[in-house]
Structures are given as C-alpha cells and as structure tokens.
Design a protein around this ligand. Structure first.
Ligand code: SF4
Length: 323
C-alpha cells in the first residue's frame, strides 16, 4: 500500500472470484466480469457488502460489476467533465475562477460502477508525491481569485490523518482561500475509517464542509450516523450529494426516503446529479424529464430543506447548470 493511505484496511471484496464466492455475482458471467475487472477497479468493503441482498438491488447495482460496462455508447467519454483539459498541473482542476479541485489521490474505499472518473480511479492510482503536492500549493497560492478548494479524488478521507493534516494546514495558510470542502464516500463505504484522530484533523479554523455521496436511504446505517456524528460534534457541516441512477433511486419513494434519511442524519441534501456519460454506464441513465418529474412530485410532499438542486455537469468542461 502506498505511504499516506490509512492502514490497516479492513477486508474488502476486490476480485470477481471473491464476489462469486460471496454469492454477490453469478458464476456464469465470470468471463465477462473478468474482462470488466481487467478494465475497471472493483472494491466492496464489508459494511456495504452486508447491505446487498441481490446483485440487482439498489446497493448491489451500484457496486457489483456488470457485463454491460463493456458496452460503450457513442456519446460516452473517458473524461465526461473534461478534468484533463482543465488541469494546469497534476492534481489540480481549475474549472471556475473562484474554485479549484485538488485531487491528492485517485483511490477510493469502494468503486462505484457509474463513476464519472472511472477511467482514472483505482487502488494504485494517483497519490500525489510530496513534490507534486508542493507544486499544487504553489499554484493555488499564485491564483488569488481562488476562494474555495475542493479536495476530491479518489477519496481524500482514506488518506492517513498525518497526510490529510499536512494538506489542510498548507491550504489554510494560503490567505485568499476562505473555504475548504471535501468530497467523500468513505463514511458510507467504511464508517470505521472515520476515527477520532481523523475527525480531529478535520477540526480546523478555516471553514470546512464535507460533501457526502449517498444514493439510497439504506446506505445511512446506524454505523454511518455514528461516523458522521464524530464530524458534526466538531462543528463540520455535511452536505448530501446524490447521483440519479436507474434501478437505484429513480422513484419518488426512493429519493423521498433518501432525502428524509439525510435530514435525520443532519445532512443537508445539496445536489442531485444527472448521471455523467462515463463509459459503460448507460444502464444507469435516467432521462432528465423523469428526474424533473420526480422532484416536482416531491415538492410539497417533503420538507423544502430536504430538496436538493437537480444539476447537470455539461460535457467538455462547460460547468454545471440546474435542470
Ligand atoms: S467513491 Fe466517488 S470517485 Fe470513488 S468510485 Fe465512487 S463515485 Fe468514483
């Protein structure tokens, strides 16, 4: 394991054989799944595997590889939001004048089958070296219009507390950076990763928001609540990010349940994302008209505080627009 990631890691299902042995994938699709595994990363931590009843239930669909991932539609792109084109140096994406992404690593605790960075993320991928990190800090320092830095990846919360602390403190020292944000799936994927030591590192003077990726109410287990409370007790606000996914949450009942579950966990539903057209993800596509209809039907039926903004990240790096 590269230095800088948390260790030890809990047992995680990472291969097609392990999935078949665990009863989470069908043996008769083995050859196709091996081809998928050769192309895209697989990992399902025990906390999520325990939520899967069948491969096509709302949790299984998100994480269990599927032969359909090998079918690439003409409109799909390896880099649907143009991270590469908008990256002036390794680890930085500068799409909007006042915000920049910092991607200190490209590994995740779980690999979502619909991920828009699926061609980039993986267990061995993209841990920025110390020199690359320093260059990234220098770039951010040289751009006084940047007010907010968003740590993403990969999942920054699988960095060791020491490395994460170094990054956060370096960013906090840049005078024009007013706000920090961390995009993560870790509290859902593996709640045990949210230790007091990690939470202490996040308890910094610069305002810090966590944007938590969750797509179904059943992901917000009691263990996830406990993990989030460690952050909330330290005054860290948590926003909810959800991807609209066919078969997972494309109904009034599923999204209503999710947004209410988020409020119960003190998470403000922030964005509902239209799926980005990453390779082999067509089985998750929901037409925007249906997304609009679901949100319109929820309006008035659930609290206004539970309703996120429905958003589409336009291809080619043109940025987000509300749908
Ligand atoms: S956790 Fe986020 S970055 Fe990682 S695979 Fe899932 S969607 Fe992609």
């Amino acid at each position: 394991m590269p230095d800088g990631l948390v260790t030890p890691k809990p047992a995680t299902l990472r291969s097609v054989s392990a999935l078949i042995e665990a009863g989470l994938a069908a043996g008769d699709t083995r050859a196709a799944l091996d081809d998928v595994a050769a192309r895209y990363a697989i990992a399902i931590p025990p906390a999520l595997a325990a939520l899967i009843t069948t491969p096509d239930d709302p949790i299984g669909l998100q994480f269990i590889p599927h032969p359909g991932e090998l079918t690439i539609a003409p409109h799909e792109s390896a880099d649907p939001v143009a991270d590469e084109a908008l990256s002036p140096i390794p680890g930085i994406v500068h799409r909007y004048p006042d915000r920049a992404l910092l991607k200190p690593l490209l590994a995740c605790p779980v690999y979502c089958r619909f991920c828009f960075r699926r061609e980039q993320v993986g267990p061995d991928g993209g841990l920025l070296s110390d020199a690359e990190l320093e260059t990234a800090f220098a770039y951010l320092t040289s751009q006084p219009q940047i007010r907010e830095v968003i740590l993403t990846g990969g999942d920054p919360l699988i960095l060791s507390p020491r490395r994460l602390s170094h990054i956060l403190n370096a960013l906090a020292e840049i005078p024009h950076i007013e706000v920090l944000r961390i995009h993560t799936r870790a509290p859902v994927a593996d709640p045990a990763l949210i230790t007091d030591a990690l939470a202490d590192v996040l308890d910094i003077k610069t305002p810090l928001f966590i944007a938590l990726h969750a797509n179904h109410a059943s992901e917000l287990t009691p263990a996830v609540h406990t993990a989030l409370e460690k952050l909330q007790r330290r005054g860290i606000p948590i926003l909810g990010q959800t991807v609209l996914l066919a078969g997972v949450n494309d109904s009034e009942i599923a999204l209503g349940d999710l947004f209410r579950a988020m409020l119960r966990a003190r998470i403000k539903p922030y964005y509902l994302h239209q799926l980005d057209a990453a390779p082999g993800t067509a089985r998750f596509h929901v037409p925007p008209e249906r997304g609009r209809e679901i949100l319109a039907n929820l309006r008035g039926k659930i609290s206004g505080t539970a309703l996120p903004t429905y958003i589409y990240d336009r291809p080619g790096g043109l940025g987000k627009i509300p749908l």
